[in-house]
Design a protein around this ligand. Structure first.
Ligand SMILES: CC(C)(COP(=O)(O)OP(=O)(O)OC[C@H]1O[C@@H](n2cnc3c(N)ncnc32)[C@H](O)[C@@H]1OP(=O)(O)O)[C@@H](O)C(=O)NCCC(=O)NCCS
Length: 173
């Protein structure tokens, strides 16, 4: 039984653990190693505690738990961070621990966040994904349309990201 629930401040260490572990397993070879190594569970816990404390308005973080109530995935999002009249909501992070991937945690988290953001009156949904990330297939399976491209610096290395958009909030099929 997969449980998806709203994150609370006490979840910061559990979220940070998944965040750091997943970066190491998913982004090694894609993002410069210096950048990955600079992320630790300790520094991410502080960042997540601050973010969760400040959460308000449409900022949303949800966690997914296994049978033992351990956090194995999380999603966060809020209003779109750049200007595009077609989309009002954005998912800014989505991570599932490697040992629990391909068990639909990602799909449930993503759709629950989409639903929550729509509940705040935000229409449409947008997400950035690194061009070299196989997770692009995940968003394509959910009906995301490739509608933007940008380049960002990670530890001085320019990396291309693809933007996927949903004009209507994606829902459980
Ligand atoms: C991307 C991610 C969140 C997906 O979560 P998940 O729980 O593993 O995915 P789901 O089980 O919900 O997948 C649903 C469908 O999406 C597709 N999919 C998911 N991951 C995929 C991958 N790596 N490659 C190809 N297709 C994929 C499949 O069609 C899958 O259905 P199937 O397993 O029945 O074939 C997770 O793999 C992850 O955390 N990856 C590393 C970090 C990352 O890239 N995050 C996204 C940043 S934008």
């Amino acid at each position: 039984m997969l449980t998806v629930r709203s994150a609370e401040i006490d979840d910061a260490p559990g979220i940070a653990k998944v965040h750091v572990e997943t970066w190491r397993t998913a982004y090694t070879g894609i993002i410069p190693q210096d950048y990955i190594d600079s992320m630790t569970v300790e520094n991410r816990t502080l960042v997540w505690a601050r973010l969760l404390q400040r959460s308000g308005g449409a900022f949303t973080t949800l966690v997914s738990e296994d049978h033992d109530q351990r956090i194995v995935g999380f999603v966060s999002g809020g209003p779109l961070r750049h200007k595009d009249p077609r989309y009002q909501a954005e998912v800014s992070s989505l991570y599932v621990q490697r040992s629990h991937q391909r068990n639909k945690h990602g799909q449930r988290l993503f759709l629950a966040a989409a639903n929550r953001l729509a509940g705040f009156g935000l229409r449409g949904l947008f997400v950035w994904v690194l061009t070299d990330n196989p997770a692009r297939r995940f968003y394509e399976e959910l009906g995301g349309e490739q509608i933007a491209e940008t380049t960002r610096l990670f530890a001085g290395k320019p990396l291309t990201e693809v933007g996927y958009g949903w004009k209507d909030t994606p829902r459980y099929g």
